[in-house]
Write a protein that binds this ligand. Sequence first.
Ligand code: GLU
Length: 568
Amino acid sequence: MQGCAVTRRPIRALARFSLGFALVVACLPRDAAADSTPEKQRGMVVAVSPPGADAGRDILRKGGNAVDAAVATAFAMAVTYPAAGNIGGGGFMLIYPPGGKGGPVVIDYREKAPAAAHKTMYTKKDSWYSAKAVGVPGTVRGLALAHEKFGKLKWKDLVAPAVQLAEEGFLIDDALASSLNWIVGGSEEFPELRRVFGKNGEANWKAGDRLVQKDLAATLRRIAEMGADGFYKGEVADLLVAEMKRSKGIITAKDLAGYEAKARQPIHGTYRGYDVYGPPPPSSGGTCLIEMLNVLENFDLRKRDRFSPETLHLMIETMRRAYCDRARYLGDADFVKIPAFLTSKDHARKLAQSIDPRKATKSEELAKDIPLKGEGDSTTHFSVLDSDGMAVANTYTLERSYGSRIVVKGAGFVLNNEMMDFNWFPGETTRDGGIGTEPNQVAPGKRMLSSQTPTIVAKNGKVVLVTGSPGSRTIINTVLCVIVNTIDFEMSLQAAVDAPRLHHPWFPDTARFEGTSSHGEAVERLKAMGHSIGGTRQGDAHSIGLDRKTGKYVGAADHRIDGKVSEQ
Ligand code: GLU
């Protein structure tokens, strides 16, 4: 079957950029499709970058499984979607084996703080776009670990499409031309980035031009031949360390050689009879998502419209509480003890009871113990399913678009600025969203707290939804919206992905709602309840889901940024 590209619009770039709810017992929505036995169906990859999605699809066609395809797509997108696809960053891959047998696994390839990092290493003068903001990259070790545990095809065959795309180049579309022109035009102080991503060093790309990346091709070839050591040791590592010396960073050869990806147990919860899996710390994604679903399970959301003020109010109050817990408790579990109660139904019930159906809670009231003083297209998520029902949800990132903007000279790849995800200024939790709490302060070798939330929902062992998103702290709430749309409101996958999204991060104490113009009346009611509401676009959620009517899997590329459903 031919993959179908949906219309792509240019990426604008983006530096960052009740009344009377009864508590009810959870009820199961009708879902015949999830209870039936699936007929064997072709696999698919849904990703923001069409050539990236196609690279994974080709691997499926060659007999690779979902993990093989995910590895190929991740490497290919390091070439074709340089704002966020990467080998110089990190992320999380959630793998659901066929029928769930052996249990789902999360490959944690989050970046780590270098050994020389420390709690008070940042001052107000430090730039987000500097070598000091770079964490030890995790992507290549992570992909290698996923392949070692689950892959079927040879490693070098999975890296090969990326090598070819970098070596021979590929034709760019409007969206990529616009993204490259934006970054090249605004990066005078990053000459290597301009050289690598400029059209003869200039910001004048147009759709149909060919982007060739020779240095990156050489780096990828080493990785193809030597495995992850081709990145973490030898020539590429030497180039990275030389770059650190040149740009005054602190990552050493020892930091690189010592980086380990980890296979971890996902956070598991249930929502109205469905199993939901997400990433554990150092991502806050799985924990907060399950906590929020547990709270919402106390209410019969279907009694009201999806975009009624009552439903929106409940969701905002749920988000506010979970994000407060996020700031208070979450960090790298290898360094801090995370309380188990966060994902318990009991804790959720108490939070649900604390919601006033008539009025907004002030965020300040939730955490009197935390002293208070005075988010873009920098991540990308893709979803994969193979014909055996194995699924992969992968989110990886450079933190900001094009990360630190530092391209390793001679190696052709961008370095992340993930250290930004630590709480840079201990003790400084601010009303405008700065977090200074203890669990996520910098320490050597620690992983910074993430919001990435690659998520898989299953029923009776069978995958019903694969989703995830970019967008910093908004990510978890984007995933929450997609799940509520799918399970509670029984929307089709495309409608669930396209529907206006909602976000409340605890601080700043303002909800962001994509539907401010389409649901103006509800917004006025929310304001009357004491909410502050703003409106900005949230991240895209390239997803795969089981269609209730046909019992077949469908892919949904998100209209916010477009993308491609590439079918086997
Ligand atoms: N670095 C962020 C995280 O891991 C993601 C950045 C973004 O999507 O904007 O939570």
